[in-house]
Ligand binder design. Structure first.
Ligand SMILES: Cc1cc2nc3c(=O)[nH]c(=O)nc-3n(C[C@H](O)[C@H](O)[C@H](O)COP(=O)(O)O)c2cc1C
Length: 172
C-alpha cells in the first residue's frame, strides 16, 4: 500500500456511535485483537488484557456507567482494554492507550467502527461489572460494530497552532 493510502486510512477513522445489528465474526474480531498485540509498551511489558463483551446485559450495564457511554448499548460488541498495573507501574496508561488505538485502527481496516468510551472516573464500577481484580485499570471501553452512520470529520487544530521547532513558544 502506498504511503498516501496509509495516511488516508489514518485520517478517515471516525468515532462511530450508531451500529448495524450485523454481527462481527469471531475470525475478524480475533484478527483485530491479534494486531493489538503489536502495540508498543514500556519494556515490552504488554500489560493489557482484552475483554470482549457480547452479553447484552453486561453491555447494557457498561452503557450506563455515565451519560456518554450509551453507544455501547446498540453496538454488537464491547471491548474493554484493561491493564495490569503491576506489570507496568509507570506506564500502564500509556501502554493500554496504545493497545486501544491499535484495536481501533485494526477495526477500521476491516470496515468496522469504534468509539472510545471514557473509563477513568468509573473504574470501580467497571471492574465490578467485568469481574476484574483491583490491580487492573480499565483504560478504555470500545463500542464496536459495522457503522450505521457516516459522521463528518471533527475539526482539527491547524498545524501552525500545535507544532514548534526546538522550543515551545507561547502563541500571542
Ligand atoms: C480518552 C477518550 C475518551 C472518550 N470518551 C468518549 C465517551 O465517553 N463517549 C463518546 O461518545 N465518545 C468518547 N470519545 C470519542 C471522542 O469524542 C472523539 O474521539 C473525538 O470527538 C474526535 O472524533 P473522531 O474520533 O471521530 O476523530 C473519547 C475519546 C477519547 C480518546
Amino acid at each position: 500500500m502506498r504511503s498516501e493510502e496509509l495516511i488516508e486510512f489514518l485520517k478517515t477513522r471516525r468515532s462511530i456511535r450508531k451500529f448495524k445489528q450485523q454481527p462481527v465474526s469471531r475470525d475478524i474480531l480475533e484478527k483485530i485483537l491479534d494486531t493489538a498485540r503489536y502495540a508498543p509498551s514500556a519494556r515490552n511489558s504488554q500489560p493489557w488484557v482484552f475483554i470482549v463483551v457480547e452479553d447484552p446485559s453486561i453491555k447494557e450495564s457498561l452503557s450506563r456507567i455515565h451519560q456518554w457511554a450509551w453507544p455501547l448499548a446498540n453496538a454488537p460488541l464491547g471491548v474493554a482494554v484493561a491493564c495490569n498495573k503491576d506489570l507496568s507501574p509507570d506506564s500502564y496508561l500509556l501502554d493500554c492507550s496504545n493497545a486501544t488505538m491499535y484495536v481501533m485502527l485494526a477495526a477500521h481496516a476491516y470496515g468496522l467502527g469504534t468509539v472510545w468510551i471514557q473509563t477513568m472516573r468509573d473504574n470501580d464500577k467497571i471492574r465490578e461489572i467485568l469481574g476484574l481484580p483491583s490491580n487492573y485499570v480499565v483504560v478504555s471501553l470500545l463500542a464496536m460494530g459495522y457503522p450505521d452512520e457516516h459522521p463528518a470529520p471533527k475539526p482539527r487544530k491547524p498545524l501552525s497552532d500545535i507544532v514548534f521547532y526546538n522550543r515551545f513558544e507561547a502563541k500571542k
